[in-house]
Design a protein around this ligand. Sequence first.
Ligand code: NAP
Length: 274
Amino acid sequence: MILDGQKVASSIYENLKKELKWLASKPKLAVILIGDNPASESYVKIKEETAKAIGIDFELFKFSQDIDEADIISRIEILNNDQEVSGILVQLPLPTHFDEYRITQSISPKKDVDGLTALNLGKMFMGKNSLYPATAMAIIEILDYYEINPTGRLVTIVGKSNLVGKPTANILLNLDATVIICHEKTEDLAFLCKRADILISAAGQPNLITADMIKDGSVIIDVGVNKVGNRLVGDVDFKEAKKRAAAVTPVPGGVGPVTVVSLMKNVIQAYKEA
Ligand code: NAP
């Protein structure tokens, strides 16, 4: 079975549109984009289009990569205090000379719709309600939509980034899955993947997950987005995964579209909890 991210995203999208009709005013998402990374620009464009289509106001603050870090933090502080702004997102990755930690931590946790502040991550760690990173939410939304219950199952996650791997592992652990997290120094990745009832790959390496690493009848969530020639591919050998796994997400059309609407869900949550 193909786990159709567009279908999951459409269902969330329709619910958010309905929810917005009942709000007293429009939530607003402010996005900070630094430098001219074409991939980041296109992700921001998709966020803008989705926000506007749902009925969320959107404002972009675009800076050249020569800007001082202090000026970015001042802008974030203005947005933190702006009653009109419900959510603030700094598009990552930043050009390498910026301190990503200092910048993301300057966002008010109440407006941190990417779920990257220490407070939100700490609450997530303890299983408390907070703003969770959108890609991790998207993975859970896909499992939920297709009624795949991770409780008690062995989940292997390839990738330990703060944005994807670690938060996904935490949420799944809080749902009583048994979680293995792998990274570049993991010994015998194939063995640990092959054991998984649910295999989540968020490494950003095309063709990392090959047929021999997939357990028959498992569920495969491919988070990776890699450009190979003119094509976008995931981390997983999709053709082989389709043959062996019970269910698999495609790239594109899997986790990506669900991540964008999950971000919008966070913007509405931040608005409601302001
Ligand atoms: P990242 O910060 O570069 O992290 C990649 C992780 O994968 C690291 O923990 C790294 O291990 C691990 N890794 C890389 N190569 C590996 C290998 N050969 N074997 C085992 N582990 C390996 O990337 P990210 O931000 O988490 O994103 C991961 C991928 O997901 C990228 O392709 C990104 O474009 C995609 N993504 C997709 C969405 C979506 O909505 N679809 C959202 C966000 C990200 P070390 O820590 O040891 O280096």
